[in-house]
Design a protein around this ligand. Structure first.
Ligand code: 5GP
Ligand code: ZN
Length: 121
């Protein structure tokens, strides 16, 4: 499904506020909150408030929203304690589908930083 709100979706409920979360940012279209099981000192998720299951369902008309999410991420990362570029920085991850490691099927960007023990290779 690709609707305004999916009643069985945990991230729709977080965006709406019926499941509590630790807020990082919110506006009309975007909500950001701390991951409940962080991989690094800074680890928050950015979601569109409307239900898009994954990157696989993104449409051309979503480009503006996705662009705003990406453009906002560096500001939020610094506010949350990521060190400045280039010595610091962060990683943005979008798991997509089962083989992409996606567990929650409401599109989300992981923004991860503050240290790098989670980096592979
Ligand atoms: P995925 O594997 O789908 O890319 O990542 C889902 C992420 O959502 C995981 O990192 C997981 O810790 C996080 N998560 C799952 N349920 C909740 C929740 O109820 N609250 C918060 N804050 N994070 C959650
Ligand atoms: Zn949803």
């Amino acid at each position: 499904h690709r609707n305004a709100y999916e009643p069985d979706c945990i991230f729709c409920k977080i965006a709406e506020g019926s499941i509590p979360s630790r807020k990082v940012y919110g506006d009309d279209e975007i909500y950001a909150f701390h991951d409940i099981s962080p991989w690094a000192p800074v680890h928050f998720l950015m979601i569109p408030k409307r239900h898009v299951p994954s990157m696989a369902q993104v449409r051309p008309e979503d480009a503006g929203l996705l662009g705003r999410m990406l453009a906002l991420a560096p500001k939020l990362a610094l506010e949350q304690g990521c060190n400045p570029y280039p010595e610091g920085g962060f990683r943005i991850v979008i798991n997509t589908g089962a083989e992409g490691g996606q567990e929650v099927h409401h599109l989300h960007l992981h923004v991860i930083g503050g240290a790098r023990p989670w980096l592979k290779g």
